[in-house]
Write a protein that binds this ligand. Structure first.
Ligand code: AMP
Ligand code: GLY
Length: 427
């Protein structure tokens, strides 16, 4: 089987690492990939939204399945593009149609979908440019803190949470006036949910689904969950509170109604669904849907996935996923992300990277924002530079190993959080 994986971050390195282990893989291509994915397959220099070039490459290289890492090409309709072309139709896409991708690309669409299908989520209302007075009235009826979300994709930055009603009103005006461009031409205002977050992942062929290991993500830049939101500074899997009782509620109240809703609305959906959930006193609520795997959650989840990933993708393509085996390894995985100094604000790129050798080859070093410079030397090229994953019998054990591995990586300005997993060990 030949797979073309689209994307270039830590998530894609982790997916490539897992895919490459399968005896069923003949060729793995990654577009555009990074120096890490180059260790797992062949990087090809095509951008993730260049559907023409991806189609041409896939046809000429007998690609069977395209696995889409990030949301952007999905929101731009990569699955529809392939489905509409007679010469590309035979190539399966592990990723939803453009309409399916709206679960992530439009918060208003996602909230409306959840209401229609009775999926637990925070109460909300959506306001557009001519509705700010109604927005003020709605805010006045809510209790602090106030949650405002840009409707469209805003690179994870489109959510504002504030304690002050005045700030919430100002934020609403700024958003409607274009703070996040077209993405905030509509704003969802919702009730604040109190609890602990957990990321739940499934892979579906449109009928059946496989539940993948869950994970907890650490979104804020600072220790103790302080400071600005980032793409994610670390992940832990499993999540102790996501026990059988909780996960049963998640499947029955959230995963299954979501899949049934997609079918009922005739929305083509094959691929990953990422449920961003809040555990509110033992009851799961959906905070957001994503139509892809999480980053850095994937780097922890892949270390626990007991399955042949290409076999699962083939099950998605052939719509017989229920016949494929998908298990979870019992060990704990901890992922730590090292970032460029200044991230998520401005930061410098092009800093030389050294990775000290080690006799412990059980720790995984996933490249996120790295590249090779003109001399072939590894340098930083993004905010999140590496994700390091270690496994162990407990969070403490895995974490100790992961921090040791992170110490082997040096680059100027390197920053990471030292408290990943602390909250879970203190529970
Ligand atoms: P989102 O992009 O929708 O995942 O929101 C970003 C982050 O804001 C989430 O991961 C939560 O930490 C927080 N958040 C979003 N919606 C709510 C809510 N209704 N109540 C509490 N926190 C929220
Ligand atoms: N780690 C959160 C995300 O991938 O959106």
């Amino acid at each position: 089987m030949n797979i073309l994986l689209v994307g270039s971050g830590g998530r894609e390195h982790a997916l490539a690492w897992k895919i490459a282990q399968s005896p069923r893989i003949t060729k793995l291509y990654i577009a555009p990939g990074n120096p890490g994915t180059a260790q797992c397959g062949t990087n090809i220099d095509i951008k993730v939204n260049d559907f023409n070039a991806l189609g041409k490459f896939a046809r000429e290289n007998s690609v069977n399945i395209i696995v889409v890492g990030p949301e952007d090409p999905l929101a731009n309709g990569i699955a529809d593009y392939f489905a509409a072309d007679a010469e590309l139709q035979h190539i399966a896409i592990a990723g939803p149609s453009q309409r399916g991708a709206m679960l992530e690309s439009s918060k208003d669409f996602a909230k409306d979908f959840m209401m229609k299908h009775k999926i637990p989520t925070a109460r909300y209302a959506t306001f557009s440019r001519d509705g700010r007075e109604q927005g003020f009235d709605f805010l006045a009826k809510l209790q602090a803190p106030y949650v405002l979300k840009a409707d469209g994709l805003a690179a994870g930055k489109g959510v504002i949470i504030t304690e002050s009603l005045d700030e919430a009103r100002t934020a609403l005006c700024e958003m409607l006036d274009g703070k996040f461009g077209e993405a905030s031409s509509k704003v969802v205002i919702e009730e604040y949910l109190t609890g602990i977050e957990v990321s739940v992942f499934v892979l579906t062929d449109g009928q059946a689904y496989k539940l993948l290991p869950e994970a907890k993500d650490y979104k804020r830049i600072g220790e103790g969950d302080s400071g600005l939101n980032t793409g994610g500074m670390g992940a832990v899997s499993p999540v102790p509170f996501a026990d059988a009782t909780f996960m049963d509620k998640v499947c029955k109240r959230i995963v299954e109604p979501t899949l049934a809703g997609l079918k009922q609305e005739n929305i083509q959906y094959k691929g990953f669904i990422f449920f961003g959930l809040m555990n509110c006193a033992g009851e799961p609520y959906v905070i957001e849907y994503n139509v892809r795997m999480g980053d850095p959650e994937t780097e922890a989840v892949m270390a626990r996935l007991d399955a042949d990933l290409p076999d699962l993708f083939e099950g998605v393509a052939q719509e017989n996923l229920h016949e494929r085996r998908c298990g979870t390894l019992p060990h704990t995985a901890v992922t730590l992300v090292s970032v460029s100094g200044g991230y998520p604000g401005d930061y410098q790129k092009g800093k030389g990277i050294e990775i000290a050798p080690s006799s412990d080859d059980s720790t995984l070093i996933f490249h996120a924002g790295t590249r090779l410079d003109a001399d072939g030397k590894l340098v930083t090229s993004g905010g999140r530079v590496f994700a390091v994953t270690a496994t162990g019998n407990s969070i403490e054990q895995a974490r100790t190993k992961a921090y040791k591995a992170l110490d082997r990586i040096t680059f100027e300005g390197k920053y990471y959080r030292r408290d990943i997993g602390n909250d879970l060990t203190e529970l």
